[in-house]
Write a protein that binds this ligand. Structure first.
Ligand SMILES: Cc1cc2nc3c(=O)[nH]c(=O)nc-3n(C[C@H](O)[C@H](O)[C@H](O)COP(=O)(O)OP(=O)(O)OC[C@H]3O[C@@H](n4cnc5c(N)ncnc54)[C@H](O)[C@@H]3O)c2cc1C
Length: 386
């Protein structure tokens, strides 16, 4: 029986562990934290916040895989009345529909954007500068970068298409992503995967193939190799509980600068106590900006879309997610140019900043599948040659 070690028990690590165990391997997972899930954990307690994923995109490769194994569980559908409460800030005021110029970029017939040009330059040629800027800012909901217009046009277009598709791709596991993680952990357990929590690994084992399913920062330390790097975003997160009020927006997208606020209790009442609503603002900030700058921009959006929110606040927390929102590709680069999965000597990388396609956590998923198939394939080859 093949043996595999997986370092990191987030979405990538659990995907790798389940895949390897299903293929008959004997798997051990080491997770530094006392619980599994990494960024996909859902907080315990009255306010069930998610740092990382909220939305599970049904156009992604993980959707069918999770579904086939019964791991998605019940979903929290967004009621149509709530969906109608999506608001957009454009030129300082709130509106219900995107500006016409931006719509040009969302047409199905829109041309495929190139990899080697920045989005703003390419999109301005298609729809004018204002429409291009609005579309770039909208795309921040799926890429979390302070200047999406400067990224590769092909990269931004893919996220814009996925985030604006109708019917929407975004689905919400009831109780948060943590419930998906719990089901994945149970599946791994049933397949005989050995899971060691509070088990930080400092040295790579040499007696089994290893899937390093950590952040790229942690992977560099483990590999003793400073070369695997890639660009990511920096985002202020504002988690807020407010007393309920009729007519609050479901979500607000800032088309004047990148930013998104969503009321997650609109689709899932179980995330906050009765009579309260749970919101998260995600405001990408530039390298020279501070958390306070992001919070100030979130508050401007809240003032516009959530009347009287300051008097209604019951709980609040702010944080900065730095390099934790997945890879972004600069002009001239695509996912193929990111750090390779196969590091040689039986070591494989998985995570959301490595060379695999997909949006956000889909990169973790795809790279985990590739890492395991390479690890098992190589091992089988070695055995045949021995
Ligand atoms: C604000 C925000 C919003 C997001 N929204 C979405 C969304 O709506 N949809 C979506 O699909 N994605 C979203 N994402 C992205 C998603 O959260 C990540 O892509 C995904 O959770 C990454 O999973 P992972 O397993 O690759 O990494 P992680 O979740 O970071 O897991 C790595 C694990 O490795 C462990 N570890 C690290 N070092 C060691 C070590 N030395 N030994 C043992 N264990 C170690 C860590 O403790 C951690 O548990 C969002 C992210 C953020 C920050």
């Amino acid at each position: 029986m093949h043996r595999i070690t997986v370092i990191g028990g987030g979405f990538a690590g659990l995907t790798a562990a389940i895949t390897a165990a299903e293929a008959g391997a004997k798997v051990t997972v080491h997770e530094a934290h006392h619980t599994l899930g990494g960024r996909a954990r859902t907080a315990e307690g009255a306010y069930r916040t998610n740092e990382g994923p909220h939305a599970l995109y049904n156009g992604g490769p993980h959707w069918a895989w999770l579904r086939q194994r019964g791991l998605i569980g019940p979903l929290a559908p967004l009621p149509p009345l709530e969906a109608a409460r999506l608001r957009l800030r454009y030129q300082g005021v709130l509106r219900r529909t995107p500006p016409f110029a931006m719509l040009k970029l969302l047409r199905r017939s829109a041309r495929e954007a190139p990899v080697d040009v920045d989005f703003l330059t390419w999109a301005a040629e298609q729809a004018g500068e204002e429409g291009a800027r609005a579309a770039a800012h909208y795309s921040a909901v799926a890429l979390f970068h302070h200047d999406p217009g400067r990224l590769s046009a092909a990269f931004v277009q893919e996220r814009l298409r996925r985030a604006t598709k109708l019917p929407p791709e975004a689905h919400y596991p009831r109780g948060g992503w943590g419930t998906v993680i719990d089901r994945m952990a149970a599946r791994a357990w049933n397949l005989g995967v050995r899971v060691e929590t509070l088990s930080r690994v400092d040295t790579l084992p040499t007696d089994t193939p290893v899937v390093v399913a950590t952040s790229l920062d942690a992977a560099r330390r483990l590999l003793g190799d400073s070369t695997p790097t890639w660009t990511s975003g920096r985002t202020t997160l504002v988690d807020l509980a407010v007393r309920s009020r009729r007519g609050d927006a479901f979500a607000v997208s800032d088309l004047d600068s990148p930013g998104w606020i969503e009321r997650f209790t609109a689709q899932d009442r179980s995330l906050a106590p009765a009579g309260e609503q749970l919101l998260q603002g995600q405001i990408p900030i530039a390298p020279h900006e501070t958390k306070a700058d992001g919070v100030a921009r979130a508050e401007q959006l809240l003032d516009l879309a959530f009347e009287g929110w300051r008097e209604r606040v019951t709980w609040r927390r702010t944080a900065v997610a730095d390099g934790r929102t997945g890879a972004v590709d600069l002009p001239g680069t695509s996912w193929r140019d990111r750090p390779a999965i196969d590091r040689g000597d039986g070591v494989y990388l998985a995570g959301d900043q490595v060379a695999a396609p997909g949006v956000l956590s889909e990169v973790s998923f795809n790279s985990a599948l590739t890492a395991v198939s390479l690890a098992l394939g190589r091992h089988t080859l070695d055995l045949k040659q021995a």
